[in-house]
Design a protein around this ligand. Structure first.
Ligand code: FMN
Length: 187
């Protein structure tokens, strides 16, 4: 069993429909299998953006797999998650010199995007795939000597029916369960 930390970043302005449903669906599936992951709601913990760096670093060190769940905002992460990266991954701790506190940990995103899967291809409206848009995050993970897994995406998030959302919650939960069980989880 691997220790999984899900850092959840949604500002709730407007309130989440999709990420909330994914999280609830996944939590129900994991509970039904007796599996545990740590859920860490960044906006709930730091509504004032005043991040407690030492606490965050200790939490990261206590887990082997770092999952980041969030909506895609302007082809990137929500503001608090970017701020968290800037604050928590400090030089001399996460990178620089000989220190690599996160070395060997897995880093992976599960994100929701308003755009469809086909909209995120070279020839379509967005011009780039999600994996290309997340290159700065991939570089960040690799600079910290983490293992980067391909991002997982819930596409066309704004048009999903309740049934679609339930299915996505199951898919997310099964994917997390595979990560807990130390299977790759990147399929
Ligand atoms: C500020 C903002 C920026 C967004 N930027 C993007 C974007 O770059 N690409 C995209 O596909 N969807 C974008 N969206 C749509 C969100 O990804 C979508 O609202 C979200 O996945 C829905 O999940 P939720 O119900 O949990 O909020 C954006 C939405 C907001 C509010």
């Amino acid at each position: 069993m691997r220790k999984i930390l899900v850092t959840y970043a949604h500002p709730e302005h407007p309130p989440s429909r999709v990420n909330r449903a994914l999280r609830q669906g996944a939590q129900a599936l994991l509970a039904s299998r007796g599996l545990e992951v740590t859920w860490h709601d960044l906006y709930r913990k730091y509504p004032d953006f005043m991040i407690r760096i030492g606490q965050e670093q200790a939490l990261l060190q206590a887990h082997e797999v770092l999952v980041f769940q969030h909506p895609l905002f302007w082809y990137s992460v929500p503001a608090l998650l970017k701020h968290w990266i800037d604050e928590v991954l400090t030089e001399g701790w996460a990178y620089g010199g000989k220190s690599r506190a996160l070395a060997g940990k897995t880093w992976v995103h599960w994100l929701t995007a308003g755009g469809s899967a086909s909209a995120y291809s070279r020839d379509e409206a967005n011009g780039f795939g999600i994996q290309h848009l997340l290159r700065p995050l991939e570089r960040t993970a690799l600079l910290c000597d983490c293992r980067w897994l391909p991002p997982q995406v819930t596409h066309a998030s704004l048009t999903l029916t309740d049934e679609d959302l339930a299915a996505e919650g199951q898919r997310y939960g099964q994917w997390l369960a595979r990560l807990v069980a130390a299977e790759d989880g990147d399929g």
